[in-house]
Design a binder for this molecule. Structure first.
Ligand SMILES: Cc1ncc(COP(=O)(O)O)c(C=O)c1O
Length: 375
């Protein structure tokens, strides 16, 4: 029996494809473009992707946490960066010194940021998220008037944008879309009546960018589409939007064995060979981000053809049924990427492409391809 190959697997990140996607998204809109690089750029590497996004023409970069924004600054990523999920212990002093735009969602945050800005003698660039129906973060419409008045009276805060986030933008027939748009328009109208000045408004994520030009407003905030993964629903196949997958998870066959009819595979024998067959061991598992639930559901790609994962996915390995294919130890396989895209792979497990790419474990080295000067 052969030993496990040292080339266990890696995440190939095609920065050329990423830049293509950023340029393509930019060409689809007449507004500013934010590329969302939170969660380590959806698992693709925050700093290389942020630098590549900038060089491909992204006007803004978006992150959830202040720490994520500071990580970019510490790595020489310049230009506008917005962080939208603040925490009481965030270092607002450093954030303002580093010119990070902050989206505030409590009055306490607003007051603290104003105080820090006063102390530093700078003007804080702030943004307000309005909850138009997601019922997650953001300011409820009924509190907006109080809020806008507070912002108007904040001596060291400048309001840059009003924004919201959509609940079901990939599902064009969902009634939340219409309700959220109406609420957003009501919020803009209120701000205009109160006479608060701001620079622009925005609501669109990837799906709304690709499907709903009426939602583009002053900026679109694209995450998943920039990584060449579909948000699903009515967006359909990402390649039909001329966007390319950026991440491929590549591994190789570590062991080959012939099974006989009736042989059970992996924990609890959730798959039993119904005829003699060649199976290959892939030395990547759920500790590397391949969902355990992909067993007996998802397929991988080998030499342009698809083959099923059989039995339970283990922590470090899973088994693929190659039938009568003449497989060899060391042969390369692609778990997902170009052959089977991340969304299709993970849909079989009841998940979405977002989950798959953001959860790739640290044991899989990221190998950047077509990286220009971004590393
Ligand atoms: C506030 C906000 N805007 C934009 C995005 C980007 O969404 P998508 O990846 O669907 O483009 C996200 C991601 O979840 C988000 O939280």
């Amino acid at each position: 029996m052969s030993s496990v190959s040292s080339n266990r697997g890696y995440a190939e990140i095609h920065l050329g494809a990423f830049e293509h996607n950023v340029r393509e998204l930019k060409s689809k809109v007449k507004t500013q473009l934010m590329i969302v690089v939170k969660a380590d750029a959806y698992g693709h590497g925050a700093v290389p992707c942020a630098l590549a996004a900038r060089s491909a023409g992204a006007d803004w970069l978006g992150v959830a946490y202040v720490d994520e924004a500071l990580q970019l600054r510490h790595n020489k990523v310049a230009g506008p960066i917005l962080a939208w999920l603040l925490h009481p212990e965030d270092n607002f002093e450093e954030a303002l010194s580093e010119s990070i735009d902050l989206s505030v969602s409590t009055l306490d945050q607003l007051h603290r940021i104003n105080q820090v800005a006063q102390k530093l003698d700078v003007e804080a660039s702030i943004h307000i998220e309005i909850d138009t129906g997601l019922s997650r973060s953001g300011i409820p419409l009924e509190n907006l008037e109080t809020w806008l008045t507070e912002v108007k009276n904040s001596s060291h805060c400048k309001l840059i944008s009003l924004w919201s986030h959509l609940a079901a933008s990939e599902d064009l027939s969902h009634r939340a879309n219409e309700v959220q748009l109406q609420n957003f328009q009501a919020a803009i109208q209120l701000a205009d009546e109160i006479g608060v000045s701001y620079e622009f408004v925005h609501v669109a994520n990837s799906a709304a960018t690709l499907l709903s030009p009426e939602l583009h407003f002053g900026m679109v905030r694209c995450g998943i589409a920039a990584y060449g993964v579909t948000p699903g629903g009515d967006v359909g196949d990402i390649k039909s939007h001329n966007l390319r997958p950026v991440m491929r998870i590549v591994s190789e066959i570590a062991q080959v064995r012939r099974l006989e009819t009736g042989d059970g595979v992996s924990y609890n024998h959730t798959w039993i060979a119904s005829k003699p067959t060649n199976v290959g061991l892939i030395p990547v598992g759920y500790a590397d981000g391949i969902p355990r639930s992909a067993g007996n559901k998802a397929q991988i790609t080998y030499q342009g053809k698809q083959f099923p994962i059989v039995g339970t996915v283990c922590m470090d390995q899973f088994v693929v049924d190659f039938g009568d294919e003449d497989i060899r130890v060391g042969d390369e396989i692609e778990i997902f990427g170009n052959g089977i895209d991340a969304h299709t792979f993970n849909q079989t497990t009841g998940g979405i492409g977002y989950e798959l790419v953001t959860r790739i474990g640290s044991r899989l080295e990221k190998r950047y391809v077509d990286s220009h000067e971004h590393l």
